[in-house]
Design a protein around this ligand. Structure first.
Ligand code: NIG
Ligand code: FE
Length: 412
């Protein structure tokens, strides 16, 4: 048993765990000052105040003194694309110089740039670079991550990506979920034949992905210039028939109808959501779909910010994730996401912490075991460096406030 004692403040404790927090509940963040936390094997066994240290805790075989430090549940990053080859900083510079999306695409940039590079990379190379990214995000406090395919865009390379994710799942201590995103973009050789590409996804890719049990979820980039609502509808239906729950990209570039089609098929989450009006809000209310905002992509691309306060006031929950990918968000630092949440979306630190822990855990279907400090949950927690308050986490943007990470009860 591992005891963490003298914790300055234990953050996000739950006596009665909930699956997510919506509306006003997002302001609620329970903490315990001067606390202890007892971990048994891979599980949070108990916690309490130092003046009531349990007899069991006193017998712990291993002890960490966390004086002046705080303990948080690890972040759950419910939306990433961290299996990729190469980087796209030249395209980023072109964007700064004012080149349009079309001009960048003409120069060979965009998603298809990553597709070309991925086709030339071996499974081992992809595994190695993704492994390094996992190690990096772990240092910043991430304990669970969803990873998408979508840079393959043909049967062979989509399977290659998903097999890499499968290996990462087997070897990494992070809790990993896998999403098939064949409908990320139309590949170059299907230009002007988008219909045929959608057929290929439905008739060949989805059955293969399902038969090898390579994915937990199905994703479609349902937006202006990418996949239409009708195409999304067909793809999601085919995915569901093969046991894949939808979790889609929607409303990043326009009022695309993506939110509505996601909710229609009981998507676990609809992600991006820069374009959200009354209709989308009404549709999300009373659904099981988690509205997920990706502050890194909006920041990096200079997109309008989602009306997060309006959504919370309407009673919706909000999850936030990094969208770590080479094109629109080349960072998986969830502490930075906390800062963006507060500064750009006017969330309070409490709301931002809920969005990146319990709500993002729901968006990858693991809020029963992760996303808060509750007895019986998996011991995925981090110990901070000495910090004065938990508000310091979003405030001190850019520096790493995490000192030690514990995953499945094991010090990393
Ligand atoms: O989530 N919006 C669509 N897809 C990615 C971008 C991927 C890329 O540019 O490589 C995103 O932002
Ligand atoms: Fe994405």
């Amino acid at each position: 048993m591992l005891l963490i004692k003298n914790i300055k403040e234990l953050i996000q404790i739950e006596e009665k765990p909930v699956l997510y927090k919506a509306g006003k509940q997002m302001q609620d963040l329970q903490t315990l000052k001067n606390a202890w936390l007892l971990i048994k094997n891979d599980t949070i066994h108990d916690f309490g105040e130092m003046q009531h240290l349990s007899a069991e805790a006193q017998k712990a075989t291993q002890t960490i003194d966390a004086e002046n430090k705080m303990v948080f549940p690890c972040f759950c990053d419910s939306h990433t694309h961290i299996v990729y080859a190469g980087s796209r900083e030249i395209e980023y510079v072109d964007k700064i110089k004012g080149l349009s999306y079309e001009e960048i695409a003409k120069r060979g940039g965009g998603i298809l740039n990553s597709t070309k590079r991925l086709s030339q990379a071996s499974e081992e190379e992809l595994f190695q670079s993704a492994w390094e990214r996992l190690e990096e995000i772990k240092q910043y406090g991430t304990g669970a991550v969803e990873i998408k395919s979508g840079y393959g865009l043909n049967l062979q390379d989509e399977l290659k990506m998903l097999r890499v994710i499968k290996q990462l799942k087997e070897k990494s201590p992070l809790n990993i979920k896998s999403t098939f995103l064949g409908a990320h973009a139309v590949p170059a050789d299907y230009k002007n034949r988008q219909n045929e590409y959608v057929d290929l996804i439905i008739n060949e890719m989805i059955p293969m992905v399902a038969s090898e049990d390579l994915a937990d979820y199905i994703d479609v980039f349902c937006d202006k210039g990418f996949f239409t609502v009708e195409e999304t509808d067909r793809i999601l239906l085919a995915g569901i028939k093969h046991g894949l729950r939808p979790k889609i990209h929607a409303n990043e570039l326009d009022f695309s109808g993506g939110v509505q089609v996601g909710v229609k098929y009981n998507a676990l989450s609809v992600d991006h959501l820069e374009y959200i009006g009354e209709e989308e809000i009404a549709c999300l209310l009373n659904s099981g779909t988690m509205p997920t905002v990706l502050p890194g992509a909006a920041f990096f691309l200079g997109l309008p910010y989602s009306p997060v306060r309006k959504m919370m006031e309407a009673g919706l929950p909000i999850a936030m994730a990094s969208d770590y990918n080479p094109g629109s968000s080349p960072s998986g630092n969830m502490q930075l996401i906390l800062s963006f949440a507060c500064v750009n979306y006017r969330m309070t630190p409490e709301e931002a912490i809920n969005a990146t822990t319990i709500n993002s855990a729901y968006a990858m279907d693991c809020s029963e075991t992760l996303g808060s400090i509750a007895r019986g949950k998996t011991a995925n927690v981090f110990i901070t460096k000495p910090i004065p308050t938990y508000e310091f986490m979003p405030y001190a943007y850019g520096s790493n406030k995490v000192e030690q990470v514990i995953l499945n009860g094991k010090l990393q």
